[in-house]
Ligand binder design. Structure first.
Ligand code: MSP
Length: 505
């Protein structure tokens, strides 16, 4: 069976603390992309999960004074539950302590060994437990990791190494032939420079307790990052369900933030090359959300008391998703999250923009036409032009989505919201309605904006699944929002409360 599924992944998150707005960011963007592809009729597999092995989890469990398995068991549900609260439509959720994962990691490594890509040597160097990463001198300033600003450890261990250097040339070739492999350009340039400098072999085992025993050497465990990367294949049937694996692999996109791009765009493809497996089509590394100028993180410097759940409680899950899709430019610079921005965007775009367009349209259909969408026969050029804009928005958004310009894709859709509101202000159907002779025109105006709203409900459903479903039903459409909705003329609509209530600052 050939690949027939669009496959998107988030990183698997460490469970040493509860998820925050940063972890939620990647997950929401991935969900928007997954839903967009489903909306366009594609089969989609959207994977997320948690990374539960390694020194960092072991240490957190020790600090909590409980055994590590009990600790990770208690933390994983926080992620599952937040994703539910955020309406994340993942098809699977993998935990790396699950049997299906552990069992598949072993043949993965054995295959590397058979290919003579693994050898034993001594590692002497720095290690940052926070990053779970072997560090070079340039990554360490005054004994601190440059990412976390916390002390690194000196390791002197006999480890198993992967012959990463052997794949240097093939990686360069990959980058040259397929610049789309790693996006955006900034990440590409950085990694390409690294490849040009020359790669050195890298340890793939650790002498710690908490992990998957290294094949053939029970004294050591598999280095957590190597094991974590394989989640992308162990979850979809690698060495377990070849039919499923072939339908889904390779990933269309691995989405993440920039600090883990080397693992995904250098080490991971090199290992896949060794195993002769197809490579992911795209790796996309977005910037960081900042708090007080620092990367928001579960612990350390950029800690924030902003809780996704509190924001959801205030603004609703759709507005939360909307803010992070449109308010933070995917692939742009690091961005400070600000409550003021979120509130202003909520009011301008959702209350006064989409919400107002919907409530005006539905209320006037109610008031002047007894709640039934009137005929559009009197439609003239402005109505036809507006409807054409709504019909064309899908194509404009699609070309952006294909380039992972998710924010700009929805900017293009939002242009229709803006135009439709401007059109209503210009047409002033509420004034026209005072003159009986103008009622056919009023009808055409409202039939047009109702139809445009149908298009918008579909196009915005990946971002705001709940509000758009509500809008779609209020417009008298059945089922879930779908692209190219037929004209709603003759539909009985429901006005109801505002889709987005006005909130105090
Ligand atoms: N466990 C590894 C990933 C293994 S994937 C095979 C890991 N986990 S993590 O919990 O630290 O999550 C890192 C990821 O969370 C980032 O790459 C990003 O996707 C997301 N983010 C965490 N903090 C973030 C910000 N402040 N801003 C943007 N994204 C954030 O690394």
């Amino acid at each position: 069976m050939a690949k027939d599924t669009f496959y998107i992944t988030t990183p698997i998150y460490y469970v040493n603390a509860i998820p925050h707005v940063g972890s939620a960011y990647t997950t929401i963007v991935a969900d928007v992309i997954a839903r967009w592809h489903r909306l366009h009729g594609e089969k989609v597999f959207f994977l997320t999960g948690v990374d539960e092995h390694g020194a960092k989890q072991q240490k957190s469990a020790e600090e909590a004074g409980i055994d590590t398995q009990t600790y990770v068991d208690s933390m994983a549900p926080h992620f599952r539950e937040l994703w539910q609260a955020l309406n994340i439509s993942n098809d699977d959720f993998i935990r790396t302590t699950e049997e299906r994962h552990k069992r598949a990691v072993v043949p993965f490594l054995e295959q590397l060994q058979r290919n003579d890509d693994v050898y034993t040597a001594r590692y002497e160097g720095w290690y940052c437990v926070r990053c779970e990463e072997f560090k070079t001198d340039t990554d360490v300033v005054d004994g601190n990791c440059t990412v976390h600003g916390t002390p690194v450890e000196w390791l002197a261990e006999d480890n198993h190494f992967f012959r990463l250097s052997k794949y240097n040339d093939r990686l360069i070739e990959l980058y040259e032939k397929h610049p789309e492999f790693l996006q955006p350009k900034r990440a590409y340039n950085e990694m390409f420079a690294l490849l040009k400098q020359g790669l050195i072999d890298t340890p793939i085992s650790r002498r710690i307790k908490w992990g998957i025993p290294f094949p053939g050497d029970p004294e050591q465990v598999v280095y957590v990052w190597v094991e974590a990367l394989t989640n992308y294949i162990t979850a979809i049937g690698y060495e377990r369900d070849p039919e499923m694996f072939d339908r889904i692999w390779p990933a269309d996109v691995h989405l993440m933030a920039k600090e883990i791009v080397r693992f995904h765009a250098v080490i991971w493809p090199a290992m896949l090359m060794s195993l002769d497996l197809p490579l992911p089509k795209h790796v996309f590394a977005h910037g960081w959300l900042l708090a007080g100028g620092e990367k928001i993180s579960k612990s350390g410097r950029g800690i924030t008391d902003l809780q996704p759940r509190e924001l959801i409680a205030t603004y609703g899950v759709d507005a939360y998703r909307y803010h992070f899709t449109r308010g933070i430019k995917l692939g742009g610079d690091d961005a400070s999250f600000s409550l003021e921005d979120m509130h202003a965007r909520y009011t301008a775009d959702l209350v006064n923009g989409l919400g107002n367009l919907a409530s005006r349209t539905l209320a006037m259909v109610d008031r002047y036409f007894g709640g039934v969408v009137p005929s559009s026969e009197a439609a003239g050029d402005p109505e036809k032009a507006l409807l054409a804009d709504a019909e064309n928005a899908d194509g404009a958004a699609m070309s952006r989505m294909e380039a992972f310009e998710v924010t700009q894709a929805f900017d293009a859709v939002w242009e229709v919201v803006r135009r439709a509101n401007a059109y209503l202000v210009e047409r002033e159907p509420w004034k026209l309605a005072k003159d009986e002779a103008q009622l056919p025109l009023v009808g055409a105006v409202l039939a047009t904006t109702a139809h445009v709203l149908g298009h918008l409900a579909a196009l915005l459903s990946p971002v705001m699944p709940t509000a758009t479903q509500e809008l779609w039903s209020r417009l008298g459409y059945d089922g879930a929002p779908s692209l190219r909705p037929p004209s709603p003329v003759g539909h009985t609509v429901r006005a109801g409360d505002p889709l987005f209530p006005r909130l105090e600052a």
